[in-house]
Design a protein around this ligand. Structure first.
Ligand code: SF4
Ligand code: SF4
Length: 435
């Protein structure tokens, strides 16, 4: 696609990067077929190709974004299905990330949107605040139906619907070393996952220890920055990235870790992109690239290091949901399913496996109608498999799907831990199946 950026505009590395991406697009439209929002809404402006046009025009003219342009960019899930489909290698992720930062700097959103986005950015990345918000959610829950009736307040209703009814008590993870370890990894602590489902981290530690790996938690590490990054809050996202790069660089230098293990694939996609995000920061570019190169989804580490021998003949029927961030963002969606099969599970994938479940970071809060339709569609496809459990590798998907499905939704690591000698996940006990 021809672009009309001026030399002055191209002197800015971020704009030059966006221009390169746009030029790679040949306007073929293959990506529209696999885009969830185009599939649902049928509007070219809600397709990758349509959005690329909107972004090109907005960036070339340096126009103040219009509400119409913002609407279509906001509706993008950043699921990256278009990147899997595109035959021309268009790096849509970097383009839409840049466009979102541009919009955030130049567009004044309506008051309700500013409030809700500010609230999400101030609460979700901080486990203590998030835990407190979840503890207070039951008090606000009676207001949910009222919020749902007012369009501008529907995100608040969505938050209350997604908030779990029971809260766990465990907080931070502790280093866990094994005698005669053959290696040492840093397990990412992150933000939301240990608050919502600390069982995932516990299972992962047991599994990695069983594989002969010491598991460390790097002091100072926290939210990867994806939540604010997807809202266009570039400065906050880069601050989170720098803090994590510092924390893991200390761990690399002091402990010789061989991998940074990530159990939430949404975070993994962002951490693997730290090298790009900090490429123009001379103080961080090299360190960020090193951290990004060591970042691995837990399924990649297990596949690389070797799954321990299965100790149960599980044979259980599992519906595997590959998170978009894993299958499209990291191109590693198949590893988890292979590991589950190797551990003895009878693994099936649903129809429309490429389509997003609607979780997409804060999307299911900020765009509750589209997210709800996608969530229901995904839950129906998974339910059709009639499995004993759904397995996935991302806490966002687990929350989105779990809110709609009677079948227990587990992390892949929980099932692999069980199959190789760990405890049976509590969610599989009939008395814990509440839906
Ligand atoms: S990231 Fe997903 S929702 Fe956004 S344009 Fe690409 S396929 Fe469509
Ligand atoms: S598939 Fe790729 S090249 Fe074709 S329109 Fe979509 S983004 Fe452009």
């Amino acid at each position: 696609m021809q672009t009309e950026f001026t030399p002055a505009q191209l002197a800015d590395p971020a704009t030059a990067g966006a221009a390169r991406i746009i030029r790679n697009c040949v306007h073929c439209g293959f990506c529209t077929a696999t885009c969830p929002t185009y599939t649902l809404l049928g509007d070219e402006l809600d397709s990758p190709r349509g959005r690329i046009y909107l972004m090109k025009q907005m960036l070339e003219t340096e126009a103040t974004p219009t509400p119409e342009v913002v609407k279509h960019i906001d509706r993008c899930l950043s699921c990256l299905s278009c990147m899997t489909t595109c035959p021309s290698g268009v790096h849509y992720m970097h383009l839409v990330d840049h466009a979102r930062a541009y919009i955030e700097q130049r567009y004044r959103r309506p008051l309700a949107q500013r409030f809700i986005r500010g609230l999400l950015a101030a609460v979700l990345p901080y486990p203590g605040r998030f835990r407190l918000a979840l503890a207070l959610a039951p008090l606000a829950r009676p207001l949910g139906p009222l919020f749902a009736r007012v369009a501008a307040l529907r995100p608040l209703a969505a938050m209350l619907t997604l908030a779990p009814r029971a809260l766990s008590t465990r907080a931070r993870g502790e280093d866990s070393r094994v005698a005669g370890a053959r290696g040492r990894v840093a397990l990412m602590q992150g933000c939301a996952e240990p608050v919502l489902r600390p069982e995932i981290r516990a299972a992962t530690v047991r599994l990695l220890n069983r594989m002969g790996l010491d598991v460390l938690f790097a002091p100072g590490e926290g939210c990867c920055g994806a939540l604010v990054h997807h809202m266009g809050r570039e400065a906050a996202a880069l601050a989170a990235a720098r803090r994590n790069v510092d924390a893991w660089t200390r761990a690399i230098e002091a402990e010789g870790i061989i991998a940074i293990v990530i159990t939430a694939s949404g975070c993994g996609t962002t951490i693997k992109d730290y090298g790009h995000m900090l490429a123009h920061d001379p103080a961080y570019a090299e360190k960020a690239a090193r951290v990004a190169a060591l970042a691995k989804d837990v399924s990649e580490v297990i596949a690389d290091q070797g799954l321990p021998l299965a100790t149960i003949a599980a044979g259980m029927r599992i519906a595997y949901h590959a998170a978009c961030s894993l299958q499209h963002g990291q191109k590693a969606g198949g590893k988890a399913a292979d590991l589950l099969r190797a551990a003895g599970f009878d693994v099936h994938t649903p129809a429309e496996a490429h389509l997003c479940c609607g979780s997409a970071g804060t999307y299911n809060i900020l765009q509750p109608e589209i997210a709800g339709e996608l969530g229901d569609r995904k839950a129906a496809r998974l339910a059709a498999l009639d499995a004993g459990a759904v397995a996935t590798g991302n806490i966002g998907c687990a929350t989105q799907i779990g809110a709609r499905l009677a079948t227990p939704v587990l992390h892949v690591a929980e099932l692999l831990d069980w199959a190789t000698g760990g405890p049976k996940p509590a969610a599989l006990d009939p008395q814990n199946q509440t839906r």
